[in-house]
Design a protein around this ligand. Structure first.
Ligand code: CAA
Length: 690
């Protein structure tokens, strides 16, 4: 017996238990003893049925992702499933927690699957840039039908035990300790007697496939894949399950898997998987976290309301503070409307809406924040206003309450220094809409106490955010890098590119939208106000704002929006404005290629990221990638700006930046020391010796 796979008996039922914490991944040290145990139980005449279960918090959550890209050590998962399918006595997978990826594929090798009522089952491989490589694309359609399997595999989203039961993926659902139920189920099946048909031989549902409808749905999914290869390969593999004999489809799945796992897109997506988990880890010793029960939010505008909803959705009671009764009612009304929209869309039940609304307590009196353990201000972005709010909090907040600012740019050290308890002050920079966007930049100020920081990192996870801890600087990680990109977008306009040409280069790269579409959507007045506060200008955007053209909300911005339209069309007035401003500056328009657009906007972005690392504003290059993918829509298949820089070649980036630096003298093109070192060493490690 091994430490990782144990066999026990309950009468004539053998229980094979995998025990590989934390998530029972199918590492080599599990696969080898698992194979031996299954062979032994198959050949043991005293065993009437086999239950395959897991110890700890979950059923197998997948292949061991850390083994990807390395030579496969046999037996692989496919060999184990093949052996499972040679067993004539009933085999039952007992699923609790999550059966994901290779875990679900292992369960599909059994004759039966029983699940705990709280279990979730899925094939999330697509999110790692691969497809289920252990027979999942060929077996799942045999149980669910091709179209349902297609949806589940291409989305990567798990389903609940109840849904799985209804769909035919799970044979029984139980409450309470699962193993005894699974043993009884297995014994009952053995008593009834076989033959037991392995999933591979259950072809009846496949015969009913409407291939034209399947292809239409697959084509739609391919369009939404925005350049990612894995969703398309997933659809192809499921189609093969319908059109090819089992073994041929299995071999085709393998070939697609081998190709994808070696691709840059999959490497990028795996980098992000581990990067997100790494970002939540704080260096140094564990500290005792502060207890956070009630959360206070100051400001019920778009940002404050979204933040309050994020906490209410995470199960926290929220006190929402506004300056007047009217503003408070308006804010609460918007929150109620947002939840009502979710109910209409079917993503929230009427009961859940009531529960969430019941979490809110409105107030116009700071004294009502006295019982809050965390208070976040989301008031006007102005230092004097913020300091006034913090002064009031200093007077009313309970000792040990964490006091957070949602500022996007301001110096949090200065805010902290203005009150008597700087150790309790930090930044929580949410992204709009705060109840939807996953990213949360947690800003550590000079005097922030380690336990305050650790508490909010933990809290972020509890409300479903991807948290990245960053240091204080203007714009922190995300907005500071965005500014480096933004100045060049405008320069390209003056030199002859059009907004739609630049946006097109971005969407071709894989972004959901380009910088001008994004500006129009967010509102051009936000950047305008920020530039004015810092004495900066952007001649085209400033002129548009002076004309009252703030983007979608005013029907005009860089594009023209016909009544109610969300997609803009080119605006001749903007194009003549650009030509006029270029002429004033003596710039003659020229042809600009998509390559130049990418080079001049994304290379400065990477360069700023390198400076941020050098200054230790971010702890790791992967933290920056996590910020950009989750907060700004950087294409996941490219892994974030710092990962992408490695693929693009740091030496190429340095050389091109130097070229543009010489031509323009602009600071954004001056290559950072760390970028130059990356070109030599291939590493973003700030402390590494060259
Ligand atoms: N392989 C290796 N390590 C894994 C892993 C995996 N499949 N899944 C999780 N881990 C690690 C995490 O990196 C983390 O490690 P650290 O503590 O060192 O950071 C640890 O396990 C715990 O993970 P989480 O922090 O994510 O824990 P959670 O409780 O929040 O979530 C989970 C658990 C839902 C299982 C989540 O970890 C998850 O989604 N894992 C990935 C599942 C997945 O994608 N499976 C498919 C793998 S690919 C595959 O199976 C290919 C195939 O077809 C053969």
């Amino acid at each position: 017996m091994s430490d990782f796979v144990k066999v026990s008996r309950d009468g004539d039922v053998a229980i094979v238990t995998i025990d590989n914490p934390p998530v029972n991944a199918l590492s080599f040290h599990v696969r080898e003893p698992l194979m031996q145990a299954l062979l032994a139980m198959r050949d043991d005449a005293s065993v009437a049925a086999i239950v395959l279960a897991c110890a700890g918090r979950t059923f197998v959550a997948g292949a061991d992702i850390t083994e990807f890209g390395k030579p496969v050590q046999q037996p692989d998962l496919r060999a184990i499933v093949a052996v499972l399918e040679t067993i004539a006595k009933p085999t039952v997978a007992a699923i609790h927690g999550t059966a994901l990826g290779g875990g679900l594929e292992l369960a599909l090798g059994c004759h039966f699957r029983v699940a705990d009522a709280g279990a979730r089952l899925g094939l999330p491989e697509v999110k790692l840039g691969i497809l289920p490589g252990g027979g999942g694309t060929v077996r799942l359609p045999r149980l669910l039908g091709a179209v349902k399997a297609l949806r589940m595999i291409v989305s990567g989203m798990p389903i609940s035990a109840a849904e799985a039961h209804e769909a035919g993926l799970v044979d029984a659902v139980f409450q309470g300790d699962l193993t005894p139920h699974a043993v009884n189920f297995a014994r009952e099946m053995a008593r009834k007697g076989g033959p037991f048909t392995p999933v591979r031989d259950r072809d009846d549902l496949l015969g009913e496939t409407d291939l034209a409808a399947f292809d239409a749905e697959a084509a739609d999914l391919a369009r939404k894949a925005r350049g990612l290869e894995a969703p398309i390969a997933c659809a192809q593999a499921v189609r093969n399950a319908v059109t090819m004999p089992f073994d041929e489809a299995l071999a085709a799945e393998r070939a697609l898997f081998v190709k994808l796992v070696a691709s840059d897109q999959s490497r990028a997506q795996r980098h992000l998987f581990f990067g997100e988990r790494e970002a939540a880890k704080l260096p140094g010793k564990d500290v005792v976290k502060r207890r956070i029960g009630r959360v206070g939010v100051i400001g019920a505008g778009t940002m404050g309301g979204g933040i309050a909803m994020a906490f209410a959705n995470g199960g926290f009671p929220v006190t929402l503070l506004e300056t007047s009764h009217e503003a408070l009612q308006r804010g609460l009304g918007t929150i109620e409307k947002n939840y009502a929209v979710s109910v209409t869309r079917g993503s929230l039940s009427e009961e859940a809406k009531r529960d969430r609304l019941a979490q809110f307590k409105g107030s116009t009196d700071y004294a009502d924040l006295a019982d809050c353990d965390l208070i976040i201000e989301a008031v006007f972005e102005d230092m004097a206003v913020k300091k006034e709010v913090f002064g009031k909090l200093d007077a009313v907040a309970k000792p040990g309450a964490i006091l957070a600012t949602n500022t996007s740019y301001l110096d949090i050290n200065e805010i902290a220094a203005s009150i008597s308890r700087p150790q309790d002050v930090l930044g929580l920079h949410f992204f709009s809409p705060a109840n939807v966007m996953k990213l949360l930049e947690i800003v550590r100020a000079e005097k922030t106490a380690p336990d305050a920081l650790a508490s909010v990192v933990d809290l972020a996870r509890r409300i479903g955010k991807v948290a990245v801890v960053v240091g204080v600087c203007h714009g922190f990680v995300g907005n500071r890098m965005l500014a480096a990109r933004g100045s060049e977008s405008e320069a390209l306009l003056l030199e002859g590119a059009t907004p739609s040409q630049i946006d097109r280069a971005f969407t071709d790269f894989g972004w959901p939208m380009g910088p001008f579409q994004m500006g129009d959507l967010a509102g051009l007045d936000i950047g305008w106000r920020n530039r004015k506060a810092r004495g900066l200008t952007a001649v085209i955007a400033d002129t548009l704002c002076e004309r009252g053209h703030f983007g979608q909300k005013t029907g005009r911005g860089f594009y023209l929006y016909e009544a109610g339209a969300r997609a803009g069309i080119p605006d001749p007035e903007v194009e003549s404005l650009i030509r006029e401003k270029a002429a004033e500056k003596g710039i003659a328009p020229r042809e600009i290629s998509a390559d130049e657009i990418i080079e001049r906007t994304l290379y400065p972005l990477v360069n700023e990221g390198a400076k941020i690392l050098e200054e230790k504003i971010a702890a790791r290059a992967s933290d920056i990638d996590v910020v950009w993918v989750n907060g700004y829509g950087f294409p996941i298949g490219r892994g974030g700006p710092m990962f992408w820089a490695g693929l693009e070649g740091a030496s190429k980036i340095v050389e091109r930046l130097e070229h543009w630096h010489q031509r323009t003298g602009k600071d954004v093109f001056k290559p950072a020391q760390l970028l130059k070192r990356m070109a030599e060493t291939g590493s973003w490690d700030v402390d590494a010796k060259a």
